[in-house]
Write a protein that binds this ligand. Structure first.
Ligand code: ZN
Length: 226
């Protein structure tokens, strides 16, 4: 049976992808990896660990701290997350240049040594952030590069590529991912309960609202408050 590796960030999208992979390849054939890339909020990695535990799949965290040394973005540096985009690049300052390319390249190298031929990533080009390394053309070019560069038949799956946030919520529900969803982390400000004000929190809340579902992450904190 084919084996699959999910790039798990600990967020809503990659968690949905993990359950997609379990449904597609069978739980015993799925494992996941996360990257400690020097992100300011280690809470993401704790979320990934918890999600993998709930999904009962193997999980490994790989260290790659070069992004923090490169600097210049709000996810690794101690600078404020801006709501608006940069005038020149039209991108928000949460964009970490090259991040997805490096993640998937390391994931492919990890997969190579373990006879894993399927990579799953939760990128979506419908995402309002507009990161260019989340687009279909980038991913298919990268897939081809990895196949050529490693002489290995690797396939990159992007089950959320053309889904809206509401579609993703519905998919997660159908796949039984909601228990794990309660432990995911999305907030750019690293807050728990989530700040509700940053662009990531707003996008997530909008998706759940449009899908007419309650976010189990929010419910988890309300439960503790009562
Ligand atoms: Zn937030």
């Amino acid at each position: 049976m084919a084996k699959a590796l999910v790039v798990l960030s600990g967020g809503q999208d990659s968690t949905t992808c993990l359950y997609w992979a379990i449904n597609e390849f069978g739980r015993e054939n799925v494992s996941c990896i996360s990257f400690d890339y020097g992100q300011r909020h280690k809470i993401e990695l704790q979320a990934a660990e918890k999600v993998a535990e709930i999904a009962a799949v193997a999980h490994e965290i790989l260290p790659i701290n070069t992004f923090a040394a490169l600097g210049g973005n709000a996810l690794t540096d101690d600078i404020e997350v801006k709501q608006d985009v940069d005038q020149q690049t039209q991108l928000p300052n949460t964009f970490v240049p090259g991040r997805n390319l490096i993640f998937l390249t390391f994931a492919a190298a990890y997969a190579y040594g373990r006879n894993i031929e399927h990579l799953i990533t939760g990128v979506a080009q419908t995402d309002y952030s507009g990161y260019p390394d989340c687009r279909e053309n980038t991913l298919s070019a990268l897939e081809q590069t990895l196949r050529l560069g490693m002489a290995y038949n690797i396939t990159i799956h992007t089950p959320l590529m053309n889904l809206s946030k509401a579609d993703t919520v519905e998919l997660a529900e159908r796949l039984g991912a909601m228990d794990a969803m309660a432990w995911t982390h999305t907030c750019y400000n690293g807050q728990q309960p989530p700040c509700g004000k940053c662009s990531a929190c707003i996008l997530r809340a909008r998706g759940f609202a449009e899908a007419r579902r309650r976010d189990p992450l929010i419910e988890r904190f309300q439960f503790f408050e009562e």
